[in-house]
Design a protein around this ligand. Structure first.
Ligand code: UD2
Length: 317
């Protein structure tokens, strides 16, 4: 079994990744400053003798390096980030600090301590708009936000360091991730978290545009498994892959699934499309299957049924 250091462990994807690694029997060193992460997300993990949470800021000089040197993990899964595209536009300097400078500190900590592998939370945002669908990893990268730009630059920064200093870098380009613990509070939260809360409260939702726009929605438990594979699977070489399902779901279909389970909730209202909204975003999952042995297993219908029922998911299924 391996020791994995997870940054952003108290966040949405980080806490599920931590839970998955612990369920597999790995030891997890969690790092979070609780800026957007929440300690409650780790309620279950904190019961494990194989888990410890360190409250520190990955972007603070020397902090992560000292912890990595003390813990000597087999791999670092770097998920800590400024997670909102909108916030990156409002505060590009903070985006640079948390989404690019922090990556440099991770690379440096890996180099100095001799960590064998670094897994990085990249994003479909690196492709920007207009890529041919389904999007393959070789598609042109034209990020249209500070967030997407920092994720793309971080991939290059890590891959170059890994090639030079001898550690393996795996970049995970997440598409639209959804599931339990995703924060529905902001208007820019993921659409599924917003719909789940509003339908759960008996309130109608708003669909921006005609509802025919599509996304590749991937369940967070599949993403957690993909992260665990990238961190622990023997023999991996460096690379970047889409973490997606390869299946498109329209906003109208999404609302239909919720409406069927909440027949008393008013029908969705329609509002003008959001400026800058991407029409279609569908990933090609073939490279993740070939390179990581990862295929998403949860359909949107299943993932939403679990989310709506609030039922616990079997982590290793
Ligand atoms: C996703 C990412 C974003 C960035 C972008 C890159 C999330 C939450 N956001 O944005 O970070 O990576 O991809 O392409 O994963 N919608 C409604 N009603 C609502 C809320 C949303 O109709 O109440 C629509 C929205 O206009 C869009 C779709 O739902 O057409 C998905 O919106 P989103 O904010 O969940 O994600 P997206 O793909 O715009």
């Amino acid at each position: 079994m391996a020791k994995i250091l997870v940054t952003g462990a108290a966040g949405f994807i980080g806490s599920h990744t931590t839970d998955f690694l612990l369920a597999e029997g790995q030891t997890v060193v969690g790092v979070d400053n609780l800026r957007t992460g929440r300690r409650e997300n780790l309620d279950s993990a904190l019961q494990s003798p194989r888990f410890a949470l360190h409250l520190l800021d990955v972007a603070a000089p020397g902090a992560l390096a000292a912890l990595v040197a003390a813990e000597r993990p087999d791999a670092i899964v770097h998920l800590a980030a400024l997670v909102s595209v909108q916030e990156s536009m409002a505060n590009p300097a903070l985006n640079f600090s948390l989404n690019l400078h922090a990556t440099q500190l991770v690379a440096e900590a890996a180099r100095v301590t001799g960590v064998g592998r670094v897994v990085f939370a990249s994003s479909a945002a690196i492709y920007g708009d207009g890529a041919e669908q389904p999007i393959r990893e070789s598609a042109e990268k034209r990020p249209v936000s500070p967030y997407g730009a920092a994720k793309l630059a971080s991939e290059d920064l890590l891959l170059g360091h890994g090639a030079c200093y001898g550690f393996t870098v795996r970049c995970q380009r997440y598409f639209n991730v959804y599931g339990p613990r995703q924060d529905p509070a902001s208007p820019y939260s993921g659409v599924i978290s917003i719909f789940a809360r509003r339908y759960g409260e008996g309130k109608g939702v708003t669909i921006y545009g005609d509802g025919r726009q599509t996304r590749d929605f991937v369940a967070v438990r599949d993403v957690a498994r993909a992260n665990a594979l990238a961190a622990t699977r023997p023999g991996l070489v460096a690379g970047s892959v889409n973490i997606c399902t390869g299946r498109a779901t329209s906003l109208g279909e999404l609302a239909g699934i919720f409406s069927a389970r909440h027949p008393d909730v008013p029908a969705p209202a329609h509002a003008p499309a959001r400026p800058g909204d991407i029409r279609h975003s569908l990933g090609d999952p073939a490279a993740a299957a070939a390179e990581l042995g990862f295929t998403a297993r949860t359909t949107v219908a299943e993932g939403l049924a679990e989310l709506i029922a609030g039922s616990p998911v079997s982590l290793l299924s």
